[in-house]
Write a protein that binds this ligand. Structure first.
Ligand code: PMP
Length: 360
């Protein structure tokens, strides 16, 4: 029954599809729809992939030994705490499959990432959706929503598609309140973009909270969305449970090699952050000029409030060769989510938006 009621995940429109539909040239299309890194992959990742090509006939290292070793070193973790996933979506599914049964409840926020209801309903469990506060997670209300049937809580920090984030005091108060039998999944897909000195990082709480699982990805700031690599850090016993339910070779060799190389490319990560910082200012400035409000974001994307139904504006932007993301399926019919792109891409989007809204 849960599967019957599922709405499938709707990805960003592919460039090729739009080019076909409107007779546009692919190179003239700007895609700011999937929170991808506009810089392209790290050159070190491309080199690592080339070096791995002769090994394509071999199965990958199913335990991801080298990548786990490197992650352990970089983040001061034990390899036994790590689980690798086919993107962090895989991690979200693994933790749900390992711990949640149809009699359980899973708590998450309104306007939270779309994969949480999918993985919950796919195992036949009940989704408990807690109303948001100022578009973000209301952690007090989420803690109050925990019942004896609750098995899992999903928190995204920052959250997609709102870009909202949680500070240390709120997160710490929440973790202290959650009973140990409830697994807290802290989804940190965008954490690398957050530059605030006092921003909470889930890894710092793993020792204190054995029921905490932190998921991260190479798809965003590390620019490897196509390869599908994510990882989780948790108590070794939780990692062991995830390891039992995962596919034996869930992360492929090219992805393992590229992730390892990207992890060591600090200059690339810094450049990605700088592009995001500048691009975010550019978009905010553009919105201000257009008299539009937006939800302040710590991700590599921002949800802008059009003050009217966003679907026709999304369609009109497509005709201008600009792909952004409608978020009506997240209960946000007046917003569009825009990924921060390169300066030229942001400019193309703002010009198209000005034209479409007839504010020129
Ligand atoms: N969590 C959040 C909050 C996201 O926005 C995304 C990407 N849209 C993911 C997880 C999954 O990303 P991936 O599977 O590419 O790691």
């Amino acid at each position: 029954p849960g599967v019957q009621k599922l709405s499938p995940y709707v990805p960003g429109k592919p460039v090729e599809e739009l080019a076909r539909e409107f007779g546009l040239r692919a190179e003239d299309i700007v895609k700011l729809a999937s929170n991808e890194n506009p810089l392209g992959p790290s050159p070190l990742a491309v080199e690592a992939i080339k070096a791995s090509l002769p090994e394509l006939t071999r199965y990958p290292d199913g335990n991801g030994f080298a990548l786990k070793q490197a992650l352990s070193r970089v983040f001061s973790l034990q390899p036994e705490q790590l689980t690798l996933g086919n993107g962090s979506n895989d991690i979200l599914e693994l933790v749900t499959r390992a711990f949640v049964s149809p009699e359980h409840e899973v708590v998450f926020s309104e306007h939270a990432f779309a994969v949480y209801p999918i993985v919950t309903q796919a195992v036949g469990a009940k989704a408990v959706v807690v109303p948001a506060r100022d578009w973000g997670h209301d952690l007090e209300a989420m803690a109050a929503a925990i019942t004896p049937a609750t098995r899992l809580v999903f928190i995204a920090n920052p959250n997609n598609p709102t870009g909202t984030w949680l500070g240390k005091p709120e997160l710490e108060a929440f973790l202290a309140k959650v009973p140990e039998r409830v697994i807290v999944v802290l989804d940190e897909a965008y954490t690398e973009y957050v530059e605030d000195a006092d921003f909470p990082r889930g890894f710092d709480y793993l020792t204190q909270y054995p029921n905490l699982l932190v998921s991260r990805t190479f798809s965003k700031a590390y620019g490897l969305a196509a390869l599908r690599v994510g990882y989780a850090a948790s108590h070794p016993q939780v990692a062991d449970a995830l390891n039992r339910v995962r596919q034996p070779f869930n992360v492929n060799s090219l992805a393992l090699a590229a992730a390892l190389a990207s992890l060591g490319d600090q200059a690339y990560l810094e450049a990605s952050r700088a592009i995001n910082r500048e691009g975010m200012l550019q978009l905010e400035h553009g919105f201000r000029e257009l008299g539009l409000s937006w939800i302040p974001s710590r991700g590599n994307f921002v949800a802008v409030d059009l003050g009217c139904e966003a679907a026709p504006v999304f369609q009109a932007l497509l005709r201008e060769g600009v792909i952004v993301r409608p978020v009506a399926n997240y209960g946000m019919p007046n917003h569009l989510r825009v990924t921060v792109g390169l300066g030229m891409e942001n400019q193309r989007f703002l010009e198209a938006l000005t034209k479409v809204l007839d504010r020129g």
